[in-house]
Design a protein around this ligand. Sequence first.
Ligand code: SF4
Length: 210
Amino acid sequence: MSHTQLAQFQQLLIDCAACAANPAQRAQAEVLYRKLLDFDPKVQELFCFQMERELLDAKRAFIELNNRLVRAEFSQRKPRTVLLLLPFCIQTTSCPRRIVWKIENCRQCGACSVGELLRAANEKHVPVRVSVRGRFAPMFIKELKPEITVAVACEDELFSGMLRASKFRCFGIGNIRPEGYCINTSVDVDAVREALDYFVQEELTAEDAE
Ligand code: SF4
């Protein structure tokens, strides 16, 4: 792997974001988006490692483009299985409940977004998992084989997750970070509800979701 490849990847991302912002260049943005997904995984990994907290606007544009494409893909047919993936930092640090391995331990007290998100997912019979810095995400995807994952995380995690799991569909919702990264984060719960409403078919039963 060379610095040239890394620079190429970075330029692709910048170009992709610029094209995505211009309605007349949407087709070109999609071409660049696919090139980014198909890039050498070692370069992708190194880029995500070296460029953490960098190029956030470009990553945000990539995520928005990805979301638009995923929405379009499921405009006629709803995915059979959906997973809601949350970052561990969305749980308030003052909570004594251990939710990373068992989200049901949340007693939905309202002190952080987890309770409301769990309620929204339960209403749709959508399983919820909590990931620690993206580490468990591949394991959950392998375990549950969701046709689509609605993922909440920072732009860095969403971008790297979309690259790593490019064979799987992911709809990304950026988190809110009033205290900075990785601590007491939040999310627009209405945006998550809207995504679940969009992707979950009405007749999905609890049995289908398991
Ligand atoms: S809603 Fe309450 S119980 Fe659930 S994770 Fe947040 S603080 Fe803990």
